[in-house]
Design a protein. Structure first.
Length: 124
């Protein structure tokens, strides 16, 4: 399944990559918190769905975060600079299921809505 949010904040790829790091995860979500070992590329985190290894990768246009042990392969990207609207941030989340329970979908939407609110205040 795929989920999208568009955030009307003008920024660029480098700013997203420089500012949205494992150490600054609180800039984009209140739903994840560091609970153990961390470095520049990964951290042990806790959240609404349990405890996982969170990884961060720089990708074209921004960054990708993934929950490594997640049975749904939950991954999300925060990017900018692409058509049809290169002047916005696109928040894109995927899971490896074609359908899922209503409660989980509600949790995903709340997760993305929370990130959207925080990214609205993103200072480019």
């Amino acid at each position: 399944m795929e989920f999208f949010r568009t955030i009307t904040v003008k920024t660029d790829e480098k700013t997203i990559q420089d500012k949205l790091t494992i150490n600054s995860i609180d800039l984009i979500t209140d739903d994840i918190f560091i609970i153990g070992a961390q470095n520049r590329l990964k951290a042990e985190i806790g959240g609404v769905w349990g405890e996982f290894t969170l990884t961060r990768s720089e990708i074209r246009g921004g960054v990708r975060f993934s929950l490594v042990e997640c049975p749904n392969a939950l991954t999300w990207t925060i990017t900018t600079g692409f058509k049809p609207n290169p002047d916005v941030i696109v928040l894109h989340l995927t899971i490896n299921r074609q359908t899922h329970g209503d409660d989980f979908i509600t949790e995903i939407n709340a997760f993305l809505d929370g990130q959207s609110i925080l990214l609205q205040a993103f200072n480019a």
